[in-house]
Write a protein that binds this ligand. Structure first.
Ligand code: NAI
Length: 346
């Protein structure tokens, strides 16, 4: 039985992995700690490591994992911006779960839009206090408004199909447009400036890369419609949060729904209710009545967790059986080249 060191474990991870592992039989040791330079020593004697979005997979940690004899890192998530692939290449294979449920993330995205628009978060508290007034709860019809979707991969497309169902017009930006999809769903691909200038709601569904870090900055916000709604269920660093706060203070931004935050690592997934928030930017965000912050929960449905557990364990089985790794992420050859070869990257 191959041993797997499982980091950043929460009770729900354990529940779904234990259920699925009955069919795989890995020897999984669950650590509550996050993986980082201080905890990497726990991996001694483990050929496999299972990590999540806020685990540290920098060059320093990967060097240490390699020294300890780790052969494979199984990410139990789709995003992989926390991995230093250059350092992993040729030494440690990295696999991920590319599409456990785009619907989970898409539905949460639209939940944020509707909640902000119709002020459900305020109405919930009001009626509990016996306040049945409608003052301050005015929303707008989504039908007929324009949504700008940045990134039309699996999640972006799932969001578009919901929004089109609600009667919204959709503009999209993606460096690799899918014209067939656009035709079928009545979507218009445009450049970013056109998307910014014409969208009532802007939603981010692209991966975070060095090139698009802080793509939503002061300049981008200046190009947007007054009162725009910005939704980010992608990655925190796509938005310059200080510029977002400026936009919220001036009223240029009418609403923000954030499932991710650029400095989320210290807070998200943890109960900090008994502590003082020392991150002043996060604390400021939480003061706005027209901002909803959820702590990276868009993926969090039972269907998604079950798929994550199953695919992660399948990835590990593929690795240990020595076969082709269909969900490998490779610094050197990229997915297309590897698929053509039908083999492992190294
Ligand atoms: P995907 O790989 O199917 O699609 C990503 C799309 O973004 C592709 O069409 C790609 O061409 C496009 N893209 C790449 N660079 C871009 C750029 N600079 N501007 C605009 N588009 C760009 O990925 P998927 O599954 O749709 O996920 C998207 C992102 O959502 C992930 O990278 C991850 O960061 C985030 N995510 C968040 C979750 C959450 O719980 N909040 C859960 C899962 C994913």
């Amino acid at each position: 039985m191959e041993r797997v060191a499982f980091f950043d474990t929460k009770p729900y991870d354990r529940r779904f992995f234990e259920e699925e592992n009955q069919r795989f039989g890995f020897d999984i040791v669950y650590f509550e700690a996050r993986l980082n330079p201080r905890t990497v020593g726990l991996c001694k004697g483990f050929p496999a490591v299972c990590a999540f979005v806020n685990d540290d997979l920098s060059a320093e940690v990967i060097d240490a994992l390699y020294e300890l004899g780790v052969k494979v890192i199984a990410l139990r998530c789709a995003g992989y911006n926390n991995v230093d692939f250059k350092s992993a290449y040729g030494r440690i294979h990295v696999v991920r779960v590319p599409d456990y449920s785009p619907y989970a993330v898409a539905e949460h995205t639209v939940a944020l839009m509707l909640c902000l628009n119709r002020k459900i978060h305020k109405a919930y508290l009001r009626t509990r206090e016996g306040n049945f007034s409608l003052n301050g709860l005015l929303g707008f019809d989504m039908h007929g408004r324009t949504a700008g979707i940045i990134g039309t991969g699996k999640i972006g497309k799932a969001v578009i199909s919901i929004l089109r169902g609600m009667g919204m017009e959709v503009l999209a930006y993606d460096p690799y447009p899918d014209e067939e999809f656009a035709k079928a769903f009545g979507v218009r691909y445009v450049d970013l400036d056109t998307l910014y200038a014409n969208s009532d709601v802007i939603s981010l569904h692209c991966p975070l890369t060095k090139e698009n870090e802080h793509m939503i900055d002061r300049d981008a916000i200046a190009k947007m419609k007054p009162g725009v709604m910005i939704i980010n269920t992608g990655r925190g660093r796509l938005i310059d949060t200080r510029a977002l706060i400026e936009g919220l203070k001036s009223g240029k931004i009418g609403y923000a729904g954030l499932d991710v935050y650029e400095e989320e690592t210290e807070y998200f997934f943890e109960d900090k209710s008994g502590e003082i928030i020392t991150d002043d930017v996060l604390a400021r965000l939480l003061t706005f009545p027209n901002v909803i912050v959820t702590s990276h929960q868009a993926f969090f449905t039972s269907d998604a967790l079950r798929n994550i557990a199953r695919v992660t364990l399948e990835n590990l089985r593929e690795f240990f059986e020595g076969g082709y790794l269909k969900n490998e992420i490779c610094y050197k050859c990229g997915q297309e080249c590897r698929k053509k070869k039908g083999m492992r990257c190294f």
